[in-house]
Design a protein around this ligand. Structure first.
Ligand SMILES: NC(=O)c1ccc[n+]([C@@H]2O[C@H](COP(=O)([O-])OP(=O)(O)OC[C@H]3O[C@@H](n4cnc5c(N)ncnc54)[C@H](O)[C@@H]3O)[C@@H](O)[C@H]2O)c1
Length: 330
């Protein structure tokens, strides 16, 4: 059973990936200091897989603590690096916190990997590296634009750090992850105030918010609202298993988009949530929000041809699971 270090494995995407790694026959070892998640996700993973999961309550930016993790675990096949802060607005207010944690954790992990002769790393990147692309759907050859936030900048710098290192790497550029495991036992437990559409919709549905404000309906899109590519988190989790299988056989540096390839507007997303869950969502139209790009969706040809991965879950399934997760948090 190949051991994989999963930093941030108790978080939203990490917990789903841990479940998929186990189902694929890997042995994931979680390294997470729970700074932006809950122990509930560890317990949820254990319920889903019906056994204990190995995890270290360790700060990935702490080299001596990480040395101990690697010394304890022995032979490791590779690492998947989720550990980072992810709140875009907070990164504008407190950029240093983002540079310290997001760059610091990767730097330490790469040092530990080198010290222990471990070559393979999968990195959580983001479509934010592209900014507003000139060509849609955007493919991996698009040049990075100036980052819209310090958070986005950390993703660009981390991709650069991987290129400059001797490791074999896959940067997975996530589009917009939504939804939850069908059990509703794991999900997004972060303390961040949601600024993404779907968590805001579910908060309106449950009554935590009165309404949702749609930021701008005067964009150059069919209904005037922004367009995104919403990817079910279970599909996204599976892409990491495919990426690890690929990396074990293929050395070098790689980057893949992970999206559905389908652009969905804000108003369409609200409608699909309403119809899938039979709930009416109260919304109003407000002014544009600073930093929002008009539209982005993935060209998924490369990830399909190289990893054999494509999204399987529908937007309806994602919206149902997102609502089930919100209800389970009550
Ligand atoms: N959720 C999204 O919309 C999205 C989109 C694109 C990219 N990403 C990236 O994917 C990764 C995972 O995102 P997520 O949504 O699961 O976030 P999350 O906050 O739920 O998970 C991150 C996990 O990392 C842990 N962590 C953070 N810093 C740590 C440190 N120094 N040491 C140990 N643990 C630490 C947190 O406790 C948390 O469990 C992040 O790198 C994020 O930037 C997320």
């Amino acid at each position: 059973m190949k051991k994989i270090i999963v930093t941030g494995g108790a978080g939203y995407i990490g917990s789903h990936t841990v479940v998929e790694l186990i189902e694929a026959g890997y042995t994931p070892i979680i390294v997470d200091n729970l700074c932006n998640t809950s122990i509930q996700n560890i317990k949820g993973i254990e319920k889903i897989i019906d056994k204990k999961i190995k995890w270290h309550n360790t700060d990935c930016t702490n080299k001596s603590a990480m040395d101990k993790v690697f010394a304890t675990e022995g032979k490791i096949e590779g690492a998947i690096h989720f550990a980072a802060y992810k709140a875009v607005e907070e990164s504008v207010q407190n950029p240093q916190k983002y540079y310290d944690n997001n760059l610091g954790s990767l730097k330490v992990l790469l040092q530990c990997m080198s010290d222990n002769s471990i070559k393979n790393i999968i990195f959580s990147s983001s479509c934010t590296v592209y900014g507003m692309p000139d060509v849609l759907p955007v493919d991996e050859s698009a040049l990075f634009k100036k980052a819209e936030s310090p958070y986005g900048e950390t993703k660009q710098i981390c991709e650069g750090m991987l290129k400059d290192d001797t490791c074999n790497s896959v940067a997975l550029r996530y589009f917009n992850p939504i939804g939850s495991h069908s059990s509703a036992l794991i999900g997004d437990c972060s303390a961040d105030k949601p600024s993404n559409l779907v968590p805001i919709i579910t908060e309106v549905a449950i009554g935590k918010r009165k309404k949702i404000t749609v930021f701008g309906d005067d964009y150059n899109t069919p209904d005037g609202t922004c367009i995104r590519d919403y990817i079910h988190v279970v599909d996204l989790a599976k892409s990491h298993v495919k990426a690890m299988n690929f990396l074990i056989k293929n050395s070098g540096k790689h980057a893949f988009n992970v999206g559905t390839g389908i652009g969905v507007s804000v108003l369409e997303a609200i409608k699909v949530f309403e119809e899938s869950n039979n709930i009416t969502i109260n919304y109003t139209i407000g002014p544009r929000r600073d930093g929002d790009i008009e539209q982005i969706y993935a060209n998924g040809s490369l990830v399909k041809s190289k990893l054999g991965w494509e999204a399987k879950e529908t937007l309806e399934q994602a919206m149902i699971s997102a609502w089930n997760w919100e209800k389970s948090k009550k």
